[in-house]
Design a protein around this ligand. Structure first.
Ligand SMILES: Cc1cc2nc3c(=O)[nH]c(=O)nc-3n(C[C@H](O)[C@H](O)[C@H](O)COP(=O)(O)O)c2cc1C
Length: 244
């Protein structure tokens, strides 16, 4: 029996050390995660800086209610991705509409807006997500002041294969997005990732060997910029901002 006391005490001591360390680094981990999110939002809008908090303080975070397509107020700690798995804070996406394969859509989502001194929209960043080949890609899409011209795209989490679908992180591929158009003349989302090199303002270069990932990218753009995503709010954002 006595032989067990020392190993048991050692186990308890190790467990305590691991728990204390895990708790003490959690705060830093959350801070790093928050900082990484800000870096990606800024990068999507074409801003690369080491003064992340300073640049981020120029952005207004607004919240879109997808049920009413209006801007609403919500506490700053709101986490739309957590909300998307909470049945009280999200809705099931009908299969026929779920082209991005997200299953549930949060009822309220943030948008990040740069406003001029006279409250005119300079640019915005929208969170987007959708299924690729191996899992969900999470990212941000930025639009210029006309809310129809792309400024940039950034993914911060995905499971696609490095060198194939993982090329969504390649700066050369991302640079093809700048200046492309979202909406066709009939108001529908016209932007898509083509198989070969892009040749129109609605086409993004394909990634060879990664058609399934790029189909996922096309589908998430169509979903989030379409009528079931940010589309209706984007088309009325100038007016909505005047009312807040
Ligand atoms: C190990 C492995 C990893 C792959 N990873 C990806 C990927 O991340 N994204 C993707 O679209 N296709 C990936 N593929 C290829 C797909 O299975 C499919 O062949 C491809 O998407 C077709 O694209 P293509 O028409 O451009 O050749 C992978 C294939 C293998 C064998």
């Amino acid at each position: 029996m006595n032989k067990l006391v020392i190993p048991l005490l050692a186990c308890i001591a190790c467990a305590v050390i691991v728990s204390v360390t895990a708790v003490s680094v959690r705060y830093e981990q959350n801070l790093n995660k928050e900082n990484e999110k800000k870096v990606k939002i800024l990068a999507a809008a074409g801003i690369v800086t080491d003064k992340v908090d300073q640049e981020f303080s120029k952005i207004k975070t607004l919240y879109v209610d997808f049920e009413t397509n209006k801007l609403v107020s919500i506490e700053d700690s709101y986490d739309h991705l957590k909300a998307s798995s909470n049945p009280e804070l999200s809705s099931l996406v009908p299969k026929s509409e779920d082209i991005a394969i997200i299953k549930r859509r949060e009822n309220i989502a943030p948008i990040y807006v740069w406003l001029s001194d006279d409250e005119a929209i300079e640019k915005i960043v929208l969170p987007i997500r959708g299924y690729g080949l191996w899992g969900t890609l999470y990212g941000y899409l930025s639009l210029d002041s006309d809310l129809n011209t792309v400024k940039g795209i950034e993914y911060y989490e995905h499971k696609e294969t490095p060198g194939l679908g993982g090329e969504v992180d390649n700066p050369n591929w991302k640079s093809d997005w700048n200046g492309k158009r979202i909406y066709s003349n009939d108001g529908s989302v016209g932007l898509y990732v083509t198989k070969g090199p892009s040749s129109t303002e609605y086409e993004i270069d394909g990634i060879s060997g990664a058609t399934l990932t790029t189909n996922g990218v096309t589908n998430m753009i169509k979903y989030w910029l379409g009528d079931n995503g940010y589309g209706p709010v984007i088309k009325n954002l100038g007016e909505e901002i005047k009312n807040i």
